[in-house]
Design a protein around this ligand. Sequence first.
Ligand SMILES: C[S@@+](CC[C@H](N)C(=O)[O-])C[C@H]1O[C@@H](n2cnc3c(N)ncnc32)[C@H](O)[C@@H]1O
Length: 275
Amino acid sequence: MTYRELCARLHEAGVPDPERDAAILMEEALGLSSAGLMARRNEYFDDPRLNEWARRRASREPLQYILGRWSFMGLDFSVCPDCLIPRADTELLCEEALRSLPRGGVFADLCTGSGCIALSILKLRGDCRALAVDLSPEALAVAKKNAKELGVADRVTFLLHDVTEPLPGDESFDLIVSNPPYVPTEDTKALEPELYHEPMLALDGGGDGMSVIRPMLTHVPTRLRPGGKLLIEFGYQSGGLVADLAHEATIAGRLARYEIRKDLSGNDRLLVAEA
Ligand SMILES: C[S@@+](CC[C@H](N)C(=O)[O-])C[C@H]1O[C@@H](n2cnc3c(N)ncnc32)[C@H](O)[C@@H]1O
């Protein structure tokens, strides 16, 4: 097939950005640079891997799972249907985490998935250590693979644990970060086809999207060192609920202060709190 034919096939299948995806699939499958593809865009390729990838993308399998890799914070992560695909929005949380961590800091990443948050922070901050927690053994296996590939495995401990329950042990942290599941259950019934390839455990945040965030906000602050930071990403519709819970936590003395930050689209997205 030619580049144009692949664009047309993906367009017909309803793929949101067919030109971008067609270019990425052709470059990766055929080992071409962007300039190389541009020069050969009218050429017909009969490549078994490209044909298979075209079929999969036209059936709305996410591009990232087809490639098996995706970039986050400028780093390359292995991804597969056992873990959520890292989202560019979550880089806001990482950037705030990098600003907040003291030298030699110890942090926890709750709901680590592919490990993209914890491992990119560790890669960019060679002085820090992390605890990375998830309820899915399959997701933890992906995170462990990524830790090895990024060369940070000696500074991260992985824990299979339900974060709606208090963390075991008594270690306290300079920073706790989390990108938990936060899509309200009702909204999971009408998602883009690509999202049904991702683990529902990574998306479904219960009736109001807060089923993991609510218990976390009760017990997690007690594990922060004085002045320690808590960063939680949440759904665009949950700013009010998260602010109410954070306010309760400040009145109860579990948090000293908090603010709600917006993402690049102007939606409430990130709780930044301090113990
Ligand atoms: C939204 S994904 C985030 C993954 C990754 N941190 C990221 O930003 O791409 C949420 C993750 O939380 C995990 N998870 C869901 N419920 C959990 C729970 N109760 N305890 C621990 N992990 C949970 C899922 O397995 C999934 O890996």
